[in-house]
Design a protein around this ligand. Structure first.
Ligand SMILES: [Zn+2]
Length: 402
């Protein structure tokens, strides 16, 4: 017997023992101590072990017809098939349960929910949608069903239905849905823009902002639409909102902000803006945009000096690469102290690099551990050699070869 078969054997046993326990407790309540394992169960189990799954299912389904108390067992066996990836068989079991007339309301909605999960796994979205809609109407498995429905509507790009389900989910107590609903409104905005329905696009955008005022995507779309209409001041305000909403996305707004300031004939204001953003939030992307602008207006040496000042605080290989590029554009660098500072940046990059790497889990450190402190494997932590060094996870981008 291989391991998988053994595991498969254990799961129905666990399921049936739970079922028996429930029966026994029920028996006690009724003053009846006797309980037995149905002989059909063992026949079904042996078919399962012989990999004759369809014969096993026939037996289990017949058991259900004769004894509706085996519902829990059927749910367990159905879920077992789904977890094994045998979705067709799971559907057969759960479908049969749903069609039974003897089920309690609670059992029926449970079987419906499981069948819905089977349909999701099988990619039968229409069937799943119908079941989850019915469950939502019954207010059974409400949150889970709504999340499945949202998943389905997203796959079908039916954003309006996804929005409705999202708000219902919020009413059911979910607190994390508004950023997602704002994204759905943004999808509707983009859709309307593609069709040239600008009035509708503006309306959807308004709703995105009303639903989740911190939606960065809404600001970027709003700025883009204003730019298209030639309203650059308005576009500026939209793009500048990104800083308050989530400064991590600033590099997405910067090229558009640059274009707006350019159109308005205000390049110095762009330079000031970038300077302020670097001071407030740092970020190599913003710093590189600032360096490019300084290079444009004041020359490569000024730009290289500004970038180097940043790199002394935040050393990175990607920044270093850009620094070398800027310097190579300059005919004659007058400020020789730059190169001394550059040495300092490189030294810090090397110092930060780990000397040892766990080949089992990726743990990195400065000293040799014979047992990995992270995954507890013995002999998997080894010294790193020069360029074979794997990038530290927090610096993956800056170390990727160009
Ligand atoms: Zn490890």
């Amino acid at each position: 017997m291989n391991a998988e078969t053994a595991l498969f054997l254990l799961l129905p046993v666990a399921a049936v023992s739970g079922w028996l326990l429930a029966r026994r407790q029920e028996g006690r309540r009724g003053g009846n101590e006797t309980s037995r394992l149905p002989p059909d169960y063992f026949r079904g189990l042996s078919y399962l072990l012989d990999d004759q799954h369809d014969k096993a299912i026939d037996i289990f389904i017949r058991m259900l017809e004769e004894d509706s108390e085996t519902v829990e067992l059927h749910l367990a066996v159905g879920n077992l098939f789904r977890n094994r990836g045998e979705v067709d068989r799971a559907i057969r079991i759960h479908q049969n349960l749903v069609n039974r007339t003897t089920l309690s309301d609670e059992q029926r909605v449970q079987a419906m929910f499981e069948l819905g999960e089977d349909y999701m796994r099988a990619g039968l979205l229409d069937g799943a949608e119908n079941l989850f809609q019915e469950l939502v109407e019954k207010e059974a498995y409400l949150s889970e069903s709504l999340r499945h429905l949202i998943d389905i509507f997203q796959q079908e790009k039916d954003w309006r239905k996804a929005i409705d389900a999202g708000f219902k989910l919020e009413q059911a107590g979910a607190t994390d849905v508004r950023p997602m609903i704002a994204q759905h409104y943004c999808e509707l905005t983009e859709e309307a823009r593609r069709k040239g329905e600008l009035k509708l696009a503006r309306e959807m955008l308004k709703r995105a902002r009303a639903t989740w005022p911190r939606c960065v995507r809404a600001s970027l779309i709003e700025g883009g639409m204003a730019m298209e209409a030639g309203r650059y001041e308005e576009a500026l305000l939209a793009f500048q909102r990104v800083e308050q909403q989530d400064a991590d996305y600033l590099p997405e707004a910067i090229p558009m902000l640059h274009a707006c300031y350019q159109q308005l004939g205000m390049p110095q204001q762009m330079l000031d803006y970038l300077q302020t953003m670097v001071e407030r939030h740092g970020g190599l992307g913003t710093m590189l945009a600032l360096a490019a602008m300084i290079c444009e207006r004041q020359g490569g040496e000024q730009a290289a000096a500004a970038l180097l000042g940043y790199l002394c605080e935040h050393p990175s290989l990607r920044g270093l690469d850009q620094f070398v590029e800027l310097v190579s554009r300059c005919d004659n660098i007058e400020d020789q102290s730059m190169f001394a500072n550059l040495g300092g940046v490189i030294k810090r990059l090397v110092e930060d690099d780990p000397d040892y790497l766990c080949h089992n889990c990726g743990f990195q450190g400065k000293v040799l551990h014979w047992q990995c402190p992270s995954c507890k494997h013995w002999g998997s932590v080894k010294p790193l050699h020069g360029i074979q060094k794997k990038p530290p996870s927090n610096r993956v981008l800056s170390l990727v070869a160009p």
